[in-house]
Design a protein. Structure first.
Ligand code: ADP
Ligand code: MG
Length: 276
């Protein structure tokens, strides 16, 4: 047996671009986790490589604001890989945004700062990693999760390393790249500041309940992103929050603040937890 027998499936949660995610129970101690089931039989070499990359990156990351990796099981008979991860009971931020939109309510500013601050803590641990920095490269609301205590967790480092060779537009299953930076559109080097751009776009969306740049075609979207024109977030939010968001969504990557600079902002500093 490959190790699958150590877990028991509770229920299916959803289907992603590569496979199903299910809620499971570890038989040894009853701990509730999830696994992502990936059928590698039908995958191209490129896709297989992306999975190996996702797993390798995940297992190296150990931070309270990053979805924790537990185990990997290979079932050769069925050509499946199961990646066992922390269960994030609160679902993802894309769903949170959708629910608020439906209720026609906005999130309290306090929550917006808290999401930003926790995302920065996760990014800080990746960007300032002793063993070499890791860039997320696919930050979007659907890849940011909430646990049962509403802690924010970054997930899906899947595309982190393999993405850089090709233009994002080449990846059909990645979906509309709303959070893609101008330098990615221009096929320039992806760097830490590109993660900052995407984070700014996500925080904008958490506040405005819509992405900062919207379009129906990739071309239109690219034009809007490069124009840099932004509507202000709703009036209920402070100028302070608006200023931080606009600083992150600047065309010139050099002018965007780094994670460290952002963490010095008073509203973020008060929310930074010490993790030792
Ligand atoms: P995608 O490929 O679109 O990013 P995923 O395969 O990552 O999709 O996720 C599929 C579904 O499972 C989504 O609804 C997502 O919210 C959910 N999900 C993924 N990982 C977890 C997790 N660790 N805890 C709880 N739900 C998760
Ligand atoms: Mg995902």
């Amino acid at each position: 047996m490959s190790g699958l027998d150590k877990y028991e499936k509770i229920t299916d949660i959803g289907k992603g671009s590569f496979g199903c995610v299910s809620k499971i129970k570890r038989k040894a101690d009853g701990k509730v986790l999830v696994w992502k089931e990936l059928n590698y039989g039908k995958m191209s070499e490129k896709e297989k490589q992306m999975i190996v990359s996702e797993v390798n990156i995940l297992r190296e990351l150990n931070h309270p604001n990053i979805v924790r990796y537990y185990d990997r099981i290979i079932d050769r008979d069925q050509a499946k890989i199961y990646i066992v991860m922390e269960y994030c009971e609160g679902g993802d931020i894309a769903t949170l945004i959708k629910n608020y939109k439906r209720k026609k309510e906005h999130l309290p500013e306090e929550i917006v700062w808290s999401v930003l601050s926790q995302m920065l803590q996760a990014l800080s641990s990746c960007h300032n990693r002793k063993e070499g920095k890791i860039l997320h490269r696919d930050l979007k609301p659907g890849n940011i999760f909430l646990d049962k205590s509403n802690n924010v967790k970054l997930g899906d480092f899947g595309l982190s390393r393999v993405m850089n060779q090709d233009s994002v537009f080449a990846y059909t299953h990645v979906g509309t790249p709303y959070y893609m930076s101008p330098e990615q559109i221009n096929d320039q080097k992806y760097n830490e500041k590109s993660d900052i751009w995407s984070t700014g776009c996500i925080i904008y969306e958490v506040a405005a309940l819509r992405a900062p740049f919207e379009a129906t075609t990739h071309y239109q979207l690219a034009m809007k992103i490069k124009s840099g024109k932004l509507d202000r977030i709703p009036a209920m939010y402070t100028d302070d929050l608006w200023r931080v968001i606009t600083s992150m969504i600047q065309q010139d990557p050099e002018r965007r603040p780094s994670v460290d600079e952002l963490q010095n902002h008073p509203q973020i500093q008060v929310r930074v937890k010490e993790y030792k």
